[in-house]
Ligand binder design. Structure first.
Ligand SMILES: NC(=O)c1ccc[n+]([C@@H]2O[C@H](COP(=O)([O-])OP(=O)(O)OC[C@H]3O[C@@H](n4cnc5c(N)ncnc54)[C@H](OP(=O)(O)O)[C@@H]3O)[C@@H](O)[C@H]2O)c1
Length: 286
């Protein structure tokens, strides 16, 4: 393994912070967040990238407000689609590999099986469509890319579903109703970051789409119940249907991702979601 120059767009976000922390012993890290540059401003971003001349760009910057994107679609597309095109072109210009962080929301969730990397996306929300447009731009503009799809993300410092659950419980909400009819792979930033680091350190020329969500599946209700149990909080949680809590963005009922490309490349599996949750709860400063 050799020390590489790694630039992280969105490096001050929830996932970016974890990657920065985990990678800095092995690699030289450069953060490209909104205070440093702007991925939607092509000339500025290209200049920034050329000055750093990275070996790898991990592209984690995004418009991540899933419901907000329904009304703010121009901005979501500007950041997730055009911004990703800019990052891919800049990466190609300096001959860097791009690792684009994408999402389970590129699928519509109507299948009863986990989606693998060879299934055809059909996003049902503006956020999902804009992230998928970003994937297409990355494929079209980069000759050396990985698209890493992750889902149901939580990480140190949040914000995340778990941080919201924790806050509501600490504030004394008597009963929490949580949807039980959306199934997915809860995934910690620690697990994603650790897998990205091992893929990079392998020094193998991996390319293409990789699903990098934790193994095993749960509903949001299952996740909340497990969270409170592991936190040792005596919180009443009641399952409910998504129809009881309509949201502006349609979410996939089945968000499970099959990690087929890890298997096909003889790579270690992702950790189980319950183990990853326990690890996270133990080290988060609640
Ligand atoms: N969170 C999830 O559940 C989830 C699930 C699946 C996939 N993902 C994907 O995982 C990645 C990381 O997610 P996250 O939750 O860590 O996101 P995040 O916390 O929102 O981090 C994104 C970072 O990008 C920055 N940013 C915004 N506009 C920018 C611009 N024009 N140029 C440079 N940086 C900019 C943001 O700054 P501001 O905060 O100031 O805007 C923020 O620091 C994203 O690509 C997301 O789509 C997330």
């Amino acid at each position: 393994m050799s020390n590489k120059k790694i630039m992280i767009t969105g490096g001050r976000g929830m996932l970016g912070r974890q990657i920065t922390d985990d990678f800095k012993g092995d690699h030289t890290i450069y953060i490209a967040d909104i205070d440093d540059t702007d991925i939607t401003d092509f000339n500025r971003f290209l200049k920034f990238t050329k000055e750093i001349n990275p070996d790898i760009i991990i592209h984690a910057a995004a418009y991540t407000r899933v419901d907000g994107a329904e009304t703010d679609s121009d901005f979501a597309y500007k950041l997730n689609a055009l911004g990703s095109k800019n990052v891919a072109i800049a990466a190609e210009e300096v001959k860097a590999k791009i690792i684009y962080i994408s999402t389970d929301y590129v699928f519509d969730g109507v299948s009863d099986k986990p989606y693998n990397e060879y299934d055809t996306p059909n996003p049902s929300s503006v956020y999902g469509r804009s992230k998928y447009a970003g994937e297409v731009f990355v494929r079209e503009n980069s000759s050396d890319y990985i698209i890493a799809r992750i889902s149901w993300l939580y990480g140190l410092g949040g914000p995340s579903f778990l941080h919201t659950m924790n806050r509501l419980s600490v504030e004394g909400v008597h009963e929490l109703k949580v949807v039980n009819d959306q199934i997915g792979n809860p995934t910690s930033t620690l697990a994603v970051s650790s897998k990205l680091k091992s893929l990079i350190n392998l020094d193998k020329d991996l390319r293409g789409i990789f699903h990098l969500t934790c193994e095993g599946s749960a509903s949001w209700y299952d996740l909340a119940v497990n969270f409170f149990k592991l936190r040792g909080l005596d919180q009443k949680v009641t399952p409910c249907a998504s129809s009881e809590y309509p949201t502006p963005a349609k979410r996939p009922e089945n968000s499970q991702l099959d990690k087929m490309n890890l298997r096909l490349n003889n790579l270690d599996p992702m950790p189980n979601w319950e183990d990853a949750l326990k690890e996270f709860i133990d080290i988060e400063k609640w």
